[in-house]
Design a protein around this ligand. Sequence first.
Ligand code: HPA
Length: 286
Amino acid sequence: MTRSYERLKRCFESIEGRIPFRPKAALVLGSGLGEYAEHIQVDATLEYRDIADFPVSTVSGHRGRFVFGHIGTVPVVMMQGRIHYYEGYSMEDVVLPIRLMHRMGADLLFLTNASGSVNPEFQAGDFMLITDHIMNFVPSPLIGQNEEALGCRFPDMSEIYSRELRESVKRIARELGIPLREGVYIQTSGPNFETPAEVRMCRVLGADAVGMSTACEAVAARHMGMKICGISCISNLGAGLSPETLRDEDVRITAARVAPQFRRLVTALISRIGTSVHPGEEKRDG
Ligand code: HPA
């Protein structure tokens, strides 16, 4: 058994008795979107600092806890605060919470984030359904000895964001009258925002939005066979696409402005998709 897998098991064993139910879906709440957890029926919370050998989010505005609750009838575990590579954690640390939520039982993963636009047609406040990603500027979370109990050595990533879920998301957004962009997300290391030249480079590479998270989590989740849906809130125009300088505060202000729409969308997605989608057999060990 690999060291990282032993650690995952240790983490799980330290919290097993405090998990109120087997979650169907896992949800990661991005910058400025964390307060979603205040708007659902909460059954239990679990602080990251109370989990053995677990990384703790150091970013202000990221709470650092799991929230267990129900969205509609779907049992959900939410990360209120994610772990970022730019905080100095290893990629193994960054994706440990994703692996832990899968171990709790979640087979659907909803990833959200705030990002900067790269596509010049996008505006601050838009939502973008992530169709695919580029993460070659940060290391893969799968580097190192492979743990077969989690997934195979060379996992396929040709449909990392489930087409079936994307079709459902588009239909539901249309029904709710919520405009939804679609595009490719590119993950950079951060913590600095990009230069205008880097944003132009991202565009040449085929990206529509840029951010500092998410793609690595999707890779770790896909490795384990989870079904993934990603939604990005375009919180600002990428560097050079507007005359403004970029400030984290503005990211937060925009995310807060669109939070009610975001809540409506996520609630509808999870309550409907969570009862209708059943991923194939999951690989688990004992
Ligand atoms: N760049 C990278 N990450 C981000 C941005 C951005 O412009 N906005 C929010 N997260």
